[in-house]
Every structure is written in C-alpha cells, then in structure tokens.
Design a protein around this ligand. Structure first.
Ligand code: FAE
Length: 550
C-alpha cells in the first residue's frame, strides 16, 4: 500500500472565490443574509483506510442509501462490514470555516473534478453563468453521457449530501407499476415506515409555512396551480424544519436559507451520515474508507471475490491500487455506478456469467425541469428555502402522468419565476454498454425521449399559463430554451430487480454478490426516489440476512 493518507476537504478548492454570486454576470450583486455566528463543525464519521490484501467478510461498494442500509442491518446482525466510497468524507471545513459551499458562490467543493460548474439552471436572462472552479473531488458529479448528464452525490452519504431531501412515499395504488414483483403490503406496512423513521423524515409546520417569507415561492406555486384545478400536496423532507424555523428567526446559522443544497448543506439536513451511517458506525462493526474507487470484482481463487480499487487524491489521481478479498460484496454505487461496474465486469470477463439484462432498464424518473414567469403581483420572494415542501400531483391524468415539485430558485433576488422539477411517466428506457475503445461505459439515452416527459408536464403548465396569462421562462436552460431536458437528478435502473437479480437483489450466477441501490428500480418511482430505494433495501437485506447468513 502506497501513500494511503485519507484526505479531508481542507482548504483545497475552498474559498477561492469571493462572495459575488451566480448572477454577477448579469450585473446583479447578491444580497444574502450572512450570520456572523461561529461556525459549528459537523460531527465527523470516523474513516479508516482499507488495507491492501485485506480479507473481509463483507464489502459494501458505495455509501448512499442502499449501502448505508446494508451496512447498518448487517452490522446489527453481528457482521463486520467494510464500506468503500469513491467520494470524500465531508467532515472538515474549508478555509471559509464551512464544509460545503453554497449555490451562489460555488468553488472546488461544488463539483466532482470539473474546471467549470455545470449547474442545472445554467443561464439567467440569456447569459450563461457557469463559472470557473478549481478541479477538486467536489460533492456533486454532473456525469456526462452522450445525450444526458446525470447529477449524483459524491462522498460519504452519497446522494443524501446533495439532494433536496424530499422524502416521498409513492401512493400505494401506483406501487404495482414501480416494483411489480414486490408485495405492496409488506412495503407499506413494514419497510416504508421503517425507512421513514430511520431517515428522520419530518413535515413542515403548516401554520408556520403559511407566513414564512422563505416559502412565498411555494405558496405562489400552490395558488397558481390550484387556480387551474390542480391538486397540490405538502411533501415530507429529511431537513429538520425546527432548525429551519431558527434560521428564519436568525437564532441559528443559515443553511437552507443560505442557498445551500446541491453542493451540500452545512446545517439542518439529516443526510445519511447523521442517520443510517451514524447508526451503522455506532455498532462498532463498520469501517468507512473514502476516496477509493472500485474498478474490478472477480471470483477469488478460493472462496469469495477479489475487489480491486484505486485510492485517489483530491485531484482524482490514483495514489495507490489495492486488492482485497471479500466473501460477500454489495454493489451500492448507485444506478449509474453499479450499472457501469457490472457491464464492465461482464464485458471484460471478470464476471462473464452476469445476465445479459445487466445494464438495461435505465430510466430518468421522467425528469424534466421548467420555469414560468409570474405576474408582477405574484412575487416569489428574494429569500427562498432551498428545501422544497410542495408538489403538484397530476399522476392520475392518464393522458400524461406527472408529479411536479415546486422548486426553489434561491437567487437572492426577486425573480418572479416559479421553477418546477417534474417527475413524469416517461416510458423510455436506456441501456448501459461497455465501450472497448474507450474502456468506459456508454448510455444510449436520447434527449428526444424526453418529449414524453415534456408532453406530460405541459398538461400541468400550459393550463396554468393560460389561466394566469403567464409564459414559460426561456432564459434558464439555454438561450431561448424552455425545457431542462438534458439532465436528470433521479437515475434509476440498470440492474433491475427480478430481472438481472433475484427478487431480493442477489446476482444469482455469483453467490455472495448482491445489488442494493437504485439500479434495482426499473426507471420510475412516480415521485422522488430515495424513500423507495431505502425501503426496498430494508426489505431485501432482511431477506438476505435471514437466508444467506445462517
Ligand atoms: P447514491 O446515493 O448515488 O450512492 C452511491 C454512492 O456510491 C455514491 O456516494 C458514489 O460516490 C459511490 N460510488 C459510485 N461508484 C463507485 C465506485 N466505483 N467505487 C466506490 N464508490 C462508488 O445511490 N431524491 C429524492 O428522493 N428526493 C430529493 O429531493 C432528491 N433531490 C435530488 C437532488 C439532486 C441534486 C440529486 C443529484 C439527486 C436528488 N435525488 C433526490 C435523488 C437521490 O439522491 C438518489 O436517488 C439517491 O441518492 C440514490 O441512492 P443510491 O443508494 O442508489
């Protein structure tokens, strides 16, 4: 093992830019409330470098929802578990005293190994406002495939570090379309409640919501939707709403109210490092090794599997290559990460007997983004909580099913814009394939396939615009471009349950190999996905522990 020091965010890439924000290019200076109070560093999860040549009972690849559930439940059942994670352990503050940067002042901590940000809303008033940043192993990856870029969290906690925290249990009536081989009764009686409790899901205080200035955007989104006859619904979240109340009252440092979310929240959010992973580590049986990228899994000479990984520094350079042997391996690298690993192992002959369905069934949860320009009397507010709490539910519309999250647009100024992330019933599915020329993995998703999602979303927003006499914004996703249809937040599938695995995530041709993340879900969850990913992982690991650890 060479140079195995595990790095922390430290100063690299942090605080490189001043407090001029993403609208600076348009000449607008942002005025955001900055609390002078002393910054409290989050409780760090302990990390330990994995040893080259280690013999392990269980290795978990990835520390997002699936990996965190697997680790907690296996450790609680008495098993020793090692987690390896590609991203960093986000536990040490940068030179500005904060662990994460916010959306108005992105620095190296924002993106995974990019020299320029790749923001979902990347234009404003027709001007691009992505900005130059130092290349660093930042927390949000915008992974570019030929016709789609897929946003994913990188770090101990996976997507929980960067997501909006919307913790939505799908309506039971639609569950059969999400996971047809899973018994809805067991999910709704046992595993969804278990997931919600362990994720610390909570609800906004509706009385407070009605007057909170930071949710004016949501109230306007609700009003305009309801005026056109649409149903709106409050959406639970893992962000601690009591903490947010203190933010608004200026009695606690601001996070959701300081434009923090997709590059991480410094306070307030119950990400996995504070829930499942903290509980897993508390068992004393779980080790976490960040900054290690698994590249190969193959049967070992004796029993179990050899797993090869590159230890990387904060520039993404390999500083050591290690091989360990594990009796059982859980793939929890996320829909994209697990799919890429599996199609590569099959194509390169490391795991040749994986089923040919591996890599198929990938969908974007129907994601499309859009914004409307409200009338002058419908201001959306210059202070917007980054945590969404409301959605427009039009899934019952068989002409085009959609659930649209009323998203914040935390620009720090009044924009009069209502932004939405629509989850639609887009039936298109793509396939990952190994590219022997590049040694990488391609995804054949076509941008035009998002036409189905746009059609469904228009069934909500065309009527709202007609009723309100308002228009779509065309300056946020490009020059004269209405739809954010070239990216996704919700990758799902690629190793579909009961197709590429058995009905509990076992890769049957290789006993001891399991998949336990969003790659199991065939492309759509009708709502935001992480509660379903967590609940399915809870269900599957219970069966695996009961049957494979006798
Ligand atoms: P994930 O959480 O992505 O974890 C996989 C982990 O594996 C990551 O930490 C990777 O760095 C790591 N990894 C990948 N490859 C390797 C490798 N080769 N070796 C070692 N480690 C590896 O997977 N969902 C919601 O339900 N509500 C929301 O409000 C919401 N908002 C979102 C906002 C954004 C900006 C984004 C990007 C996503 C959002 N999501 C939301 C999606 C949600 O975060 C995502 O579905 C889950 O994180 C997926 O969970 P997995 O366990 O599958």
């Amino acid at each position: 093992m060479r140079g195995s020091k595990t790095e922390t965010p430290g100063n690299a890439g942090a605080g490189t830019f001043g407090r001029r924000g993403f609208l600076a290019a348009t000449g607008v200076i942002l005025g955001s409330a900055v609390l002078a109070s002393k910054v409290k560093v989050a409780n760090a999860l302990p990390v330990s470098p994995i040893t080259d040549g280690a013999q392990l009972p269980i290795l978990v690849i990835g520390s997002g929802y699936g990996g965190a559930v697997a680790a907690l439940r296996l450790a609680s059942a008495g098993q020793q578990v090692a987690i390896v994670e590609k991203g960093m352990s986000w536990s040490a503050p940068g030179s500005d005293g904060k662990i994460f940067c916010n959306m108005l002042n992105p620095d190296g901590r924002s993106f995974w190994l990019r020299t320029k940000t790749s923001q979902p809303v990347s234009y404003f008033m027709g001007a691009p406002y992505d900005k130059t940043i130092p290349s660093y192993t930042g927390v949000l990856d915008a992974e570019q495939f030929s016709q789609i870029r897929i946003y994913q969290g990188r770090g101990v906690g996976g997507g929980s570090l960067v997501n909006g925290g919307m913790a939505v249990t799908p309506k039971q009536q639609y569950f059969g379309s999400i996971l047809p081989s899973v018994d809805p009764a067991e999910m709704y009686n046992t595993y969804y409640p278990r997931a919600n409790a362990n994720l610390k899901v909570n609800n906004v205080d509706q009385t407070w919501f009605e007057s909170a200035s930071c949710y004016q955007f949501a109230r306007v989104g609700r009003k305009t939707a309801q005026a056109s006859g649409f149903t709106t619904t409050f959406v639970p979240n893992v962000y601690d709403f009591n903490y947010m109340k203190q933010e608004l009252a200026n009695t606690a440092p601001r996070s959701a109210l300081n434009a923090e979310v997709i590059y991480g929240n410094n306070y307030g959010k119950n990400s996995l490092d504070k829930t499942y992973l903290a509980a897993a580590v508390a068992t004393g049986k779980v080790t976490i090794t960040p900054q290690h990228v698994v590249t190969k899994v193959a049967p070992a000479a004796g029993t179990g599997y050899t797993v090869t990984m590159n230890q990387i520094d904060t520039s993404g350079n390999t500083v050591a290559t290690k091989t360990v042997t594990a009796q059982k391996v859980f793939f929890a690298a996320g829909s994209v990460g697990t799919s890429k690993l599996l199609v590569t192992q099959k194509a390169t002959g490391a795991l040749p007997n994986l089923p040919s369905s591996v890599g198929t069934g990938w969908g974007n949860n129907g994601n499309v983004m859009v914004a409307r320009q409200n009338q002058a009397w419908d201001a959306t507010g210059s202070l917007q909580a980054t945590i969404p709490v409301m959605g427009i539910d039009n899934w019952a519309d068989s002409g085009g099913r959609a659930f649209a999250e009323i998203s914040p647009f935390p620009a720090g100024i009044e924009t009069f814009a209502s932004l939405y992330l629509a989850i639609t019933d887009n039936p298109n599915r793509a396939t990952f394939s190994y590219n022997s020329g590049t040694g990488g993995v391609d995804l054949n998703w076509q941008q035009a396939w998002n036409g189905a999602g746009i059609t469904a979303a228009k069934r909500i927003f065309d009527p709202i615009n007609a009723k309100q006499a308002t228009i779509y914004r065309t300056d946020l996703f490009g020059l004269y471009k209405t739809w954010g249809d070239d990216f996704a937040y919700h990758p799902l599938g690629g190793c579909v349950l009961n197709q590429s695995t058995d009905n509990y995530g076992r890769l049957q041709s290789y006993p001891g190999l399991y998949v336990i993340d969003g790659s199991l879900i065939p492309g759509n969850t009708t709502v935001n996905p992480f509660v379903t990913i967590t609940a399915l992982a809870e269900r599957n690991i219970e069966n695996i522990i009961a049957n494979d650890f006798k």
